[in-house]
Every structure is written in C-alpha cells, then in structure tokens.
Design a binder for this molecule. Structure first.
Ligand code: FES
Ligand code: FES
Length: 197
C-alpha cells in the first residue's frame, strides 16, 4: 500500500495537491492596463500586489522606494492621475486605466523636471533614499496649493491657500528624511514655488 505518512497521505496525494496549487492561483489573476510614465502596460497581476511592488518588482522601476511599507514615510510616493499617493498603500489592480507617474517619468538625466533640478542645486538629499518620494510629493503638493486644496493648517478653508513655510511643512509632513536634509529640501521646493524667503 502507498501510505508513507502517519496521517495516511501518500506521495501521490502530495504531488497531485502541489501541482494543482498553481492552477488555482492563475485563476485568481487579474488583467489590467496601467499607463506608466506615458506608456501603456498591459499586465496580468495577482490582486494582492501593491502598486509599489508592481513598479519595483515586476517592472523594475526602482526609483520609488520602499521604506516602511505602511504609509508612514512617503518614500514610495508616486503620482496617479496627477495626484500624489503612497504606492505601498494601494493595490495595482485598483488602477486599471490610470496614469501613473514615477520619478523616472518626471524627467530624465539630461532633461530634469524643475523640482529635480532644484533638489540637485540645493543639495536636497544625502543618502537619497527618500528623494524620489520627496520630489514626487513636492510636485503634487504645489499642484494641490495651485488648485486651492486646503491643508490642516489653512486658516480659512473658504480662501484659496497661499504657499508659506507653514503650509509647506504641513503638506510635506508625510515625507520623512532620515538624513534630516529638511533645510535643503525646503530651499529646493521654495525655489520651484517661486519663493525666495
Ligand atoms: Fe510607502 Fe513608507 S513605503 S509610505
Ligand atoms: Fe537620506 Fe532623505 S536623504 S533619507
């Protein structure tokens, strides 16, 4: 008799069960198309995969960083349909048809986005781990002010908010820099915002 464990499983039982597992997983996959940095990407993804893991592990767009994987550090910030989000907190499958912009899509080494150029000019980084998230977040943050979105420190939400250090610090508070490069980060963002103080 082909029983080779004390629970009565046979070698054949184990092999058949193992072989069936991938088929069940395949049935759960989802087909989505994301536009990433201007290019359509038709993908078959596990619905549990986060947008951050899709970018980094599946598409090798490693500019977006994984710091906490819990929505607390901002290292994974990307733009989705023009708005900044933490890509570790959202599933890739939720973004079928969305336009995703990562740090790789903001600019190129020979044609930097103004925010990238300002970070270089003002030394807005040390180790650089938080930098892609800081830059994407800063671009999204200035756009939010331009569109009149209030923040926690906006005194009168009926009035279009103005750029200020207080607004900047509050709106960028979700992006942590462990190297504490904040003075230089602020200088870079101020320059792009057209502020000199
Ligand atoms: Fe997403 Fe930290 S890795 S917020
Ligand atoms: Fe090192 Fe910000 S530059 S974490």
């Amino acid at each position: 008799m082909d029983v080779d464990t004390k629970d009565g499983y046979t070698r054949r039982t184990v092999l058949v069960t193992s072989a069936a597992a991938p088929a069940a997983d395949t049935a759960a996959l989802a087909n989505v198309t994301l536009r990433i940095n201007g290019q359509p990407h038709p993908l078959t993804v596990d619905p549990r995969v986060t947008l951050l893991d899709l970018l980094r592990e599946h598409l090798r767009l490693t500019g977006s960083k994984k710091g906490c994987d819990h929505g607390q550090c901002g290292a994974c910030t990307v733009m989705v349909n023009g708005r900044r989000i933490n890509s570790c907190l959202t599933l890739a499958v939720m973004h079928d048809g969305d336009e995703v912009t990562t740090i790789e899509g903001l600019g190129e080494p020979k044609k930097l986005h103004p925010m990238q150029a300002a970070f270089v000019k003002h030394d807005g980084y040390q180790c650089g781990y938080c930098t892609p998230g800081q830059i994407c977040s800063a671009v999204g943050m200035l756009d939010e002010i331009r569109r009149g979105m209030p923040s926690h420190v906006t005194r009168d939400i009926a009035v279009h908010p103005l750029f200020s250090d207080e607004e900047l610090r509050e709106r960028m508070s979700g992006n942590i820099c462990r190297c504490a490069g904040y003075p230089n980060i602020i200088a870079a963002i101020r320059e792009v915002a057209g502020e000199t103080s």
